[in-house]
Design a protein around this ligand. Structure first.
Ligand code: SF4
Length: 201
């Protein structure tokens, strides 16, 4: 589950999921309950790609209290900086299946249920990133499923061992330090014993 990015729109702009559509993908009602006056194939926003648009009556949209939050686009032929409420002509909304799906997913992402489910994925994102950056899991040099599975398993084991060693580094360091001190003490004892033995002779 990858989150969708709708960053070009401000947060208070509602999505196409608040519009109603029929089974053929045509808009039947806007969030304020108005019917579109037409449907046309027009160029998309900032693109030459032509797609399905719902056309809404300009006078209705201009007087609508929800205009600032609505994703409908004002007519193109207007002066730079001209407010949508001061335009002339009808408003339009691109309603391709992809854009409707994107808006639906974007509004789903705001729900606590989605955030709860996403927590699981975000919890392992650091591991995915580490496997890609440090272990090159994104560019394997082997082909065929068996070899790929084996290589991935080896990389996962290496990553786990590295993490385990890092997590236990302090404890291991302390143990090693204690062991060296103990060894030193024992060697000193043995040395003293030998010296005493030589003196007794
Ligand atoms: S701006 Fe137009 S399309 Fe949008 S909610 Fe208002 S009337 Fe409907």
């Amino acid at each position: 589950m990858t989150p969708v990015n709708r960053s070009r729109l401000s947060d208070d702009v509602v999505g196409r999921d608040l519009f109603q559509f029929d089974s053929n993908g045509f808009a039947t009602r806007c969030p304020m309950g108005h019917r579109p006056i037409d449907h046309r194939i027009l160029s998309g926003h900032n693109s030459t790609r032509r797609s399905l648009h719902a056309i809404f009556d300009g006078n209705t949209c201009r007087s609508c209290q929800m205009l600032d939050q609505c994703p409908v686009r004002a007519p193109n032929h207007r002066e730079r900086g001209c407010s949508p409420r001061d335009t002339v002509g009808d408003f339009r909304l691109e309603i391709t299946p992809e854009m409707r799906l994107r808006d639906k997913m974007s509004s789903d992402q705001q729900t606590p249920q989605w955030k709860d489910r996403y927590k699981i994925r975000s919890g392992i994102e650091a591991t995915n990133s580490e496997l890609k950056r440090s272990h090159g899991i994104g560019k394997l040099r082997v082909r065929r499923a068996v070899k790929v599975c084996f290589t991935v398993a080896c990389k996962l084991i290496a990553c786990n061992i590295k993490r385990w060693a890092k997590a236990h580094f302090y404890v291991l360091n302390q143990l090693l330090h204690s062991f060296i001190l103990l060894l030193e003490a024992r060697l000193n004892e043995v040395g003293r014993f030998h010296n005493n033995a030589l003196l007794c002779k």
